[in-house]
Design a protein around this ligand. Structure first.
Ligand SMILES: NC(=O)c1ccc[n+]([C@@H]2O[C@H](COP(=O)([O-])OP(=O)(O)OC[C@H]3O[C@@H](n4cnc5c(N)ncnc54)[C@H](O)[C@@H]3O)[C@@H](O)[C@H]2O)c1
Length: 591
């Protein structure tokens, strides 16, 4: 099933993604808030940075990815923060859910919408009555702003179910703990403080109870509900084992050989602190869910994870981009996309040769390198300016990549696919060139330098090389646009080629950078399109003049490459890429 997971770079959802990705095609939508980490997501899972409140972005994602189900985890989740900044919680948790529901409604093709809520919507449970909250039998009486926003979001989900037939299931879960939880929540907070030899602060008397579910059990509950949860139902997810916060702190002290008497300190309680949440998960057990992890095992495993990871690095700030090529076409487009996506980014102020200065100033986590000499008006210029070409395309590019490598910065390097030309093993209409095929086109000096540098860059494990070809965008008046160029030539060859529709592929360059993809990728749309086909889409019926490749070579300083690049590797990383002709129709010629 095609699954959209919101908040997938957060704690629970990322474990869920790891669990279900073998069975489902997953795309993650996450705004990469402070508690999210791209390290939570395997490189081969699609991660789209975006806010669920951004209706246009969410709609575009639905249109592109065509999800069959949504599992909606994204939320502001830390109760303590909700006392100080509760409007943010309403905005993300209520408005965000509403936007998602509205997009799901107009999209109309979801089979399931799993809405992840919390046991806190029930409000405080009584020790005296000792009756557990059941899904249908308990009125929701949230006591803190976080819980109120989660309850409000549930109401919207239910209303969309009744009003528009949205196929929803709601979950109300206990506290979850486990590896890779942002250390503001109580268990990782106590663990990281204990590791630093600091005191473990307990709000109030520490005798309020919570039930803690290990994240692997929470994930299996979500998988069960996705698979077998009945539409329109609510499922509690919990364990009957309750623990006081004090006993949790004591158990953690024991693991670090600390004396609880001295290691624990009691601090003022937060504005309101429920004493107990007590839920009944019988309904979920009926559809086959069985939690497996013991507290002792789960806690030991969690502590081991924090001992093995540097939490400052793990939740390092969201990506900061440094973009080379501000005045170029692709560099400019990248800036626009980063701006639209809400990323932190800077255009380089220095040339590649002096990249240290920009790296010192901006501390980028990611570099997008769209700087380079391609020649104006075309690559023929490079034939007579060889040292300039070497300086920028080889020496300076290598220097920047080497510097970034030493500083642990990821580089997305825009390269060219014009290093191949049709040959006996790869004739027109035959198999395409894969990333592993050695270059066979050295006709232009531009291509030769690109081959040399690609060969060297391959050795750097921080670099993602994207081989573009004949880039086209909807901006048909841009002189760099392939369509602009061929539409202005007196005569044009007519040869099928791989091409890159920037409007579709450039957003993926940013996505892949965030995901930390590396290695060489053919970065073109699947399939080929000929010059004639492009021109006919551009101006149907216009009498273009064509000539042969041999005739063309007579008027060029450097021959041009024509080829078909195999995009299997790219399609594996970004399922659903459009064939070049469909992409041209959709992104370039339908506007
Ligand atoms: N952790 C628990 O103990 C617990 C218990 C019960 C229910 N829940 C619920 O489970 C879900 C996940 O909780 P978690 O602890 O994994 O949270 P988390 O804070 O670790 O992750 C939340 C994720 O949502 C993302 N996000 C927040 N606002 C967003 C927005 N507007 N658009 C896109 N992404 C956004 C964040 O970047 C983050 O990656 C939440 O809905 C929470 O209410 C959590």
């Amino acid at each position: 099933m095609r699954l959209l997971v919101t908040g997938g770079a957060g704690f629970i959802a990322s474990h869920f993604v790891h669990q279900v990705r073998a069975e489902h095609e997953v795309v993650v939508l996450d705004k990469l808030d402070y508690c999210a980490s791209v390290k939570n997501i395997p490189h081969d899972v699609r991660l789209v940075k975006g806010d669920i409140r951004d209706a246009d972005a969410v709609r575009a994602l639905f249109a592109r990815f065509k999800p069959e189900a949504v599992v909606h985890f994204a939320a502001q989740t830390h109760v303590d923060n909700s006392f100080g900044n509760s409007l943010e919680f309403t905005s993300n948790n209520v408005e965000g859910t509403h936007v998602l529901l509205e997009v799901a409604r107009t999209y109309g093709a979801l089979k399931k919408f799993v809405h992840v809520s919390t046991d806190e919507v029930y409000g405080e449970s009584s020790y005296e009555l000792n009756s557990s909250n059941t899904e249908g039998g308990t009125i929701l009486q949230p006591t803190n702003p976080y819980a109120a926003t989660k309850a409000a979001a549930e109401m919207l989900v239910m209303a969309y179910g009744r009003s528009y037939g949205l196929p929803y299931v709601i979950t109300r879960g206990n506290n979850v703990y486990g590896p890779a939880q942002y250390p503001e929540k109580v268990i990782p907070k106590f663990i990281t403080l204990a590791m630093q030899g600091k005191k473990l602060p307990i709000h109030g008397d520490g005798l309020g109870t919570r039930s803690y579910l290990h994240v692997s059990d929470a994930v299996s509950a979500f998988a069960t509900i996705l698979d077998r949860g009945v539409l329109g139902e609510v499922y509690n997810i919990g364990t009957a084992q309750e623990r006081t916060t004090l006993s949790v702190a004591e158990d953690i002290c024991a693991q670090f050989n600390l004396d609880p008497e001295t290691a624990i300190e009691f601090v003022q309680d937060r504005p309101f602190n429920d004493r107990r949440y007590y839920i009944d998960s019988g309904k979920l057990h009926h559809i086959g869910w069985v939690p497996e992890k013991t507290w002792e095992h789960g806690l030991a495993e969690t502590i081991a994870w924090y001992k093995n990871h540097n939490t400052d690095e793990y939740w390092s700030p969201a990506p900061t981009f440094l973009v080379y090529g501000k005045n170029g076409w692709i560099g400019g487009l990248l800036g626009q996309l980063l701006e639209k996506g809400g990323y932190t980014y800077h255009f380089a102020e220095e040339r590649l040769e002096h990249c240290e200065k920009d790296m010192d100033t901006f501390h980028p986590t990611h570099i997008l390198n769209a700087a380079g000499i391609t020649g104006r008006p075309n690559v023929d210029w490079c034939e007579t300016h060889k040292t300039e070409v070497i300086q920028t395309n080889v020496a300076a590019t290598l220097h920047m990549i080497d510097t970034a490598h030493r500083r642990g910065v990821h580089v997305t390097n825009f390269a060219t696919g014009c290093i191949y030309t049709y040959d006996e093993a790869h004739p027109r209409g035959g198999p395409g060139f894969t990333e592993d095929d050695p270059p066979n086109f050295r006709g232009s000096y531009y291509s030769r330098t690109k081959c040399m540098v690609e060969e060297l860059i391959k050795e750097y494990d921080n670099v993602w090389q994207l081989r573009l070809r004949m880039p086209i965008s909807a901006d048909l008046e841009n002189p760099r646009n392939f369509v602009y160029k061929i539409a202005r030539y007196d005569r044009v060859v007519d040869i099928p080629n791989s091409m890159t529709v920037l409007d579709e592929l450039l957003p993926l360059a940013i996505e892949g950078a965030v995901r930390g993809l590396t290695g060489v990728y053919n970065f073109t749309n699947p399939g080929v399109v000929s010059h004639r086909e492009v021109l006919d889409m551009y101006k149907p019926g216009h009498p273009w003049t064509y000539f042969t490749e041999e005739e063309q070579n007579k008027i060029l300083a450097a021959p041009r490459s024509n080829n078909f690049l195999d995009t299997t590797k790219l399609e594996r990383a970004f399922p659903g890429l459009m064939n070049i002709k469909d992409s041209l129709k959709k992104y370039v010629f339908s506007r």
